[in-house]
Every structure is written in C-alpha cells, then in structure tokens.
Write a new protein. Structure first.
Length: 309
C-alpha cells in the first residue's frame, strides 16, 4: 500500500527543501524524499560566502537551518533511494523506492547533479581541502595563491578566468594539445598573463600534507615525463552528470539527461516539476536552486488547485 501525498519532493538539497517549505506552507501534504542526509552538496562545502544573509557560514550549518525551515509547516522527511517513477492514466505519480512506494498527483524533481570526477588518488581525500569543482563557490579562499585547473572545455576556461581575478596564477592542465572551449573564451584566456597552460598532460594524483592540497602529480602523454607540481588548490572541470536515471522513461530529459523545464519549473508532463542542478541551466548555485524551489512550490499549489476545478 503506497503512502499518499499531495506532492513528493525528490531530493533534499536547497532546491528541494525550499519547494517543500513553500508547498507545505500552502497546506499541502508533502513528502521530502532523500537517500541520504538532507543538504546535498552543501554538506561537502567547508564555507559558503555567497549566500545572501550570511557573510560566511559552514555548508552543513546552512543545510541544518534550511532543513529546520523546510519541515516547520509539516513536511515529512522520508529516507529512500528512488528506483523508478511512473505516471498512471489518472495522472498519479508513483515513486518506487528501495523501502516502499509513495504516490501523489505532483512531484518535484530535485535530485541535483554530480561533478564528474577524475577518479585519481587524493581526489576524495582532499575534497573541500583544496580540491574543488566550483570556482564561484571556493575561489575566494585562494586569493594570492597558485591553483591548478583540470579541463579544456567552456567551464574550465570560464572558471579559470574567474579564478585569475582572485589568485596569483592559474595553470590549466589539459590532456589534449588544444582547448575545446569556444574561441572567444580561448582568446581571453590566452591573453590573460595570469593563466598558463600545460598541454597533453593528465593529472594522476593529488597530494597533500593530510590537511590541505600541496601539489599534483602529472604525466605528459607525449614525452612520458612524470612531474610533481606544487599547487595550493585543484579545480576540476570535466563535466557534470545529472541524477536522472529514475526519470528516464518520463520523456522529460535531453540527450545528456538534464531535465527540461519552462520558467515555472514545469516539465512536459503535467504535475512534474524540476528544480536546482538537475535542470538544464547555466548557473548551478545554492541561490538559484532556492529560487527554483520557491517557484516550483508555488506552482505545485496552483496545479493541485487546478485539479479540484
């Protein structure tokens, strides 16, 4: 027997928690479903300095405050790993998890995305201690220092440009002999005297002193030379992976798996909304996820009301 709700929010990051807050405040019965601890990637962020209202706050502390706010109007927090989501002929959404089934006329997908990792020694050990996947989030911690960027696409070059405004030097390490970024972005990077390039090279290990990153080991694919390069931080940009496997049969994603929505966070399936990093969008930040969540939470209320009509 499935547990019944007005709306099921799948994912308890900043977008999901905000959607749950808005929907439950509108007197809807809300389930906020997550396979782990609430907060999402905020729990892996040492300090947040670009969320309005706080000069600086620890990521886990912000997650806790958001969570307490999200459940204050009665939203249920439910643990479970979503395996599949289907929609029946009456428009009811069935959410199958490893611990049972929930159903509701509306769902909000807030499962986010994962940074594609290099999968090398030291990457996980120094995550948040010198390894980052977001210059906007963490660049300010490296003012006046030297950092390494890994990647050669638009994100790697754009984020390196951003970092160059803060740090002493940025070294872009790319496995090919030319960038894949748009030409205008390349031109800007090549003209920036604070950005250097290491071509035909891969990072094989991230090293540190147990507390922070101190360098990277690299391998040149043409010369077979191995080096240990000192650096204060490593910013990795080799792509993101959307967490959308349970929704692949709904027909709401693009070829890469990102959920397509309109400005009201609606997908092509009535009653299915999506917010935050799981969407096809330009800027993936706490602030943008929270904005998405507010829009979706209010949109869910309007959708439920329309069903009554």
């Amino acid at each position: 027997m499935a547990d019944k709700y007005d709306v099921i929010v799948i994912g308890a990051g900043p977008g999901g928690m905000t959607a749950a807050l808005y929907a439950s405040r509108a007197n809807l019965k809300v389930a906020m479903l997550d396979r782990g601890v609430y907060g999402g990637q905020m729990n892996n962020t040492a300090e947040v300095e670009n969320y309005t209202g706080f000069k600086s706050i620890l990521g886990p502390d912000l997650a806790e405050q958001m969570y307490q706010s999200s459940i204050q109007f009665g939203a249920d927090f439910v643990y479970g790993n979503v395996e599949k989501v289907t929609v029946d002929e009456d428009g009811i959404k069935h959410v199958k998890t490893d611990s049972g089934e929930l159903e509701a006329p509306a769902i909000v997908i807030a499962t986010g995305s994962q940074y594609r990792k290099l999968g090398i020694p030291g990457e996980d050990e120094y995550s948040g201690k010198g390894v980052s996947y977001c210059a906007v989030c963490d660049g300010a911690f490296y003012r006046g220092k030297n950092v390494t960027t890994v990647g050669g696409g638009d994100s790697a070059v754009e984020e390196s440009e951003y970092l160059a405004k803060l740090v002493n030097n940025v070294n872009i390490v790319h496995r090919r002999d030319q960038l894949r970024a748009q030409k205008i972005l390349q031109d800007r990077a090549f003209a920036n005297d604070k950005i250097d390039f290491t071509w035909n090279t891969i990072v094989t290990e991230i090293v540190g002193d147990g507390k922070k990153v101190t360098g990277v080991k690299t391998h040149n694919k043409e010369t077979n030379e191995d080096r240990l390069v000192p650096t204060d931080g490593v910013f990795i940009y080799i792509g993101n992976v959307p967490m959308t496997e349970p929704f692949k049969d709904l027909g709401i994603t693009d070829e890469q798996g990102w959920v397509i929505t309109d400005d009201e966070m609606k997908t092509s399936v009535p009653g299915v909304f999506a917010v935050g990093d799981v969407r096809d969008k330009k800027l993936r930040q706490i602030t943008t996820a929270v904005g998405d969540g507010g829009i979706a939470g209010q949109g869910v209320f309007s959708y439920i009301e329309s069903l009554k009509d």
